[in-house]
Design a protein around this ligand. Structure first.
Ligand code: SAH
Ligand code: SF4
Ligand code: F3S
Length: 462
């Protein structure tokens, strides 16, 4: 039962009319942005294959190309305009090609206007809230030969029972909630993804049980703020409860992302200690180490409150690997404020971070804040910060030297012939010598022999 009656669960069904729409046609989906988008692309792929499309071996020349876009920072958008430029040429050679644009960019009015005005070769614009309409919208695109635009700006629905083509056979994304109600002042996500809405726990548990029966080893629970799970549902079932319940399904590894520090509660931290399947690793975005900046960002916690949570986590899970997100150059950030971030980085002992220069997003409160800091200074701060962050990556790997770690094997390494790689419980990328493809998707023991900044190297134990 939901507190907000406007949010509805929609069970996916396919109208017979669209059943063979994609027969003899190929598709390609280009995915940008966060894991939420990766999970959405798996659903779009599932829907497309159900109506007959096959995955293209030559993505830039597929019969249907969908860009699943991200609007988080300006450079994310620039990249997409660039790909669209290339696709324009392909479409000229192959006028029957259908080009669709999905994801977060269409949810921004400015971007949609730009698409309508300057990118006339795009056939389909759909946004984040209506993947289930894909067959109908494609049908209209084929029938009308005119641009089909359906961007829904509502609170959003929860789509259940849609088909999915998962990228991996051993690791799976599992959405537990959609949207975000935090409204950090720099961030576009609450506008592109709508209100926070949680899936029913029964649907989540059923999905994980199915994954276990299919042989999946690891799941990552997804949401923009997973710690707010359940707040929109009636009752007092929380994210911590969900972790305890999912631990009982028999899935071997559970991770989750992303956590908002304010909502990370004692029960969740205890679940991390108590549940064997919940991995000793957490991504806990801090954004800044300065109280004034945190306030202007509307993050709703202070330096001390963040550190109190970190210290409590380390009490409960002493070997936890913590990573974070940091923004430098938030409007009018002073040198002292930036130094407070450096101080926090050293105190929190992060073992990795995504670091960003603040990017102005139209329509967000921070976009109208005065900003006197030069680009040059922002870049300098980013570089200085990254020296500390990279040191943290290295330290995080060094602590496993000469230890035996368990690696879930993903496949052959990209950087080295005869090597394979995978991740440890602490989410450390580990390469080891082997060409045995039968190890893919298995948990193996590896003795760590070298610690680098970005990865570890080890030897497979017999
Ligand atoms: N919901 C997640 C993060 C989603 S966006 C969370 O709050 O933790 C991923 C990261 O992008 C954010 O953590 C933030 O560090 C960064 N980010 C978001 N908006 C940004 C902006 N306007 N400029 C620069 N970085 C931004
Ligand atoms: Fe954006 Fe803040 Fe929501 Fe994360 S919690 S998605 S940073 S508004
Ligand atoms: Fe980007 Fe949208 Fe995710 S803006 S980070 S794809 S929620």
């Amino acid at each position: 039962m939901r507190k907000n009656k406007e949010i509805q669960t929609v069970r996916y069904t396919l109208d017979n009319k669209y059943k063979n729409l994609g027969v003899n046609k190929s598709y390609a989906i280009f995915t940008y942005g966060c894991q939420g988008n990766e999970a959405d692309s798996e659903v779009m792929a599932g829907i497309l294959e159900e109506i007959g499309y096959t995955k293209s071996n030559d993505p830039m020349n597929a019969d249907l190309v969908i860009l699943n876009t991200c609007a988080i920072r300006e450079n994310a958008e620039q990249r997409i305009w660039g790909v669209l430029g290339q696709l324009k040429g392909r479409k000229r050679e192959n006028p029957d090609m259908i080009i669709g644009i999905a994801g977060c960019m269409p949810q921004e009015e400015n971007a949609t206007n730009k698409i309508l005005e300057s990118y006339s070769f795009i056939d389909l614009v759909i946004g984040t809230h209506n993947k289930n309409h894909l067959p109908k919208l494609l049908y209209e695109a084929y029938m009308s030969k005119a641009k089909v635009v359906e961007v829904i700006s509502s609170e959003g629905e929860i789509l259940e029972d849609a088909p999915k083509i998962r990228e991996s056979h051993h690791k799976a994304w599992v959405n537990i909630m959609y949207g975000c109600d935090e409204f950090c002042t720099y961030c576009i996500v609450p506008y592109t993804r709508g209100r926070e809405r949680s899936r029913a726990k029964e649907d989540i548990i059923k999905e994980v049980e199915e994954l276990v029966s299919l042989g999946y080893v690891e799941i990552t629970l997804l949401g923009q703020n997973v710690n707010a799970y359940g707040k929109d549902l009636k009752g007092d079932y929380t994210f911590g409860d969900l972790l305890y319940d999912l631990d009982k399904t028999g899935i071997k590894r559970i991770r989750y992302t992303t956590s908002h520090p304010r909502d990370l509660d004692e029960k969740t931290m205890r679940a991390m200690r108590d549940c064997k399947s919940v991995m000793p690793q957490l991504h806990l975005p801090v954004q800044s180490g300065d109280d004034e900046v945190l306030k202007k960002m509307n993050r709703k916690y202070t330096y001390d409150e963040y550190m109190t949570k970190v210290n409590r986590l380390r009490e409960l899970v002493p070997d936890i690997a913590l990573t974070t997100d940091i923004i430098v150059g938030f409007p009018n950030e002073t040198k002292e404020q930036f130094e407070n971030t450096l101080k926090l980085v050293q105190n929190a002992k992060f073992e990795g971070a995504f670091t960003f220069i603040y990017s102005k997003r139209e329509g967000t409160p921070a976009a109208s804040m005065p900003d006197e800091v030069t680009d040059e200074e922002k870049h300098r701060r980013l570089e200085e910060l990254n020296v500390y962050i990279n040191q943290g990556y290295l330290e995080g790997h060094k602590r496993f030297l000469n230890q035996i770690v368990e690696v879930l094997v993903d496949g052959p390494s990209k950087n080295g012939e005869g090597m394979m790689c995978g991740y440890t419980p602490h989410l450390k990328l580990t390469h080891f010598k082997s060409e045995d493809l039968s190890l893919v998707g298995k948990l193996v023991k590896v003795k760590v022999t070298e610690a680098k900044t970005w990865f570890m190297i080890g030897e497979l134990c017999e």
